[in-house]
Design a protein around this ligand. Structure first.
Ligand code: UDP
Ligand code: MG
Length: 192
């Protein structure tokens, strides 16, 4: 079980890698803010990582930061890809745990309370699994299936299927991830 040694509130970081998300980032911030407003027993911080966006994502981040000091952002010099953007954010966030989310609201923020519930039960890595892949093309479903099948053939590490990067990671997991500095990252495998 997780020991609560802190006297003050614990801090939860919401980490969001962003590439060309100017259109959706304000809505993401709005909806997620509403969800966390109902969880006053924790402090929250947003860590947005601008992964070399070519649109005005960085300006949106600056605006959010101006009106909400819980917002911080990391600005990468070019597009490095989501995997690198995630570890950059993990390097900077200071929470007791972090929730990693996509900006496009495909990861519903309404699940955050349930993820916290399991964390409080002592689970250090809480992942959200997709119930269906509805809306995805036949090719995407087929290629995803083939990918996991092949991956399990070549790897001894058991890998969860249909689990994205939407998860809550405890500080201990975050610190462990920070030690893995490979530049060709497969974060889902590293999580496992
Ligand atoms: N993303 C990123 N760098 C990239 C591509 C994507 O940081 O080079 C971010 C993107 O802004 C989003 C998340 O990673 O928050 C997932 O991207 P996307 O929705 O395009 O992926 P998919 O839904 O296909 O997994
Ligand atoms: Mg997406």
């Amino acid at each position: 079980m997780k020991e609560k040694t802190h006297l003050g509130k614990q801090l939860l970081s919401i980490l969001v890698p962003c590439y060309n998300e100017e259109a959706v980032l304000p809505a993401f911030y709005q909806r997620t803010s509403q969800v966390i407003a109902d969880i006053p027993r924790y402090d929250f911080q947003f860590i947005f990582v601008n992964d070399g966006s070519k649109d005005h994502t960085l300006d949106v981040m600056r605006e959010l930061r101006e009106k909400d000091s819980r917002v911080s952002y990391v600005n990468l010099s070019r597009n490095f890809g989501k995997e690198i953007a995630m570890i950059a954010g993990i390097d900077y966030l200071t929470g007791d745990a972090a929730i990693i989310m996509d900006a496009d609201l495909q990861d519903p923020p309404e699940l955050i309370p349930e993820m916290i519930y399991w964390w409080e039960k002592g689970y250090q890595d809480v992942s959200a699994k997709r119930r269906s892949r509805a809306g995805e093309s036949f090719f995407k479903k087929w290629s995803s299936h083939a990918f996991y099948t092949l991956l399990q053939k070549v790897s001894d590490v058991p890998m969860q299927r249909d689990v994205g990067d939407f998860r809550l990671l405890d500080r201990q997991c975050l610190n462990a991830l920070r030690l893995m500095r490979e530049s060709q990252r497969y974060t889902k495998g590293l999580f496992s």
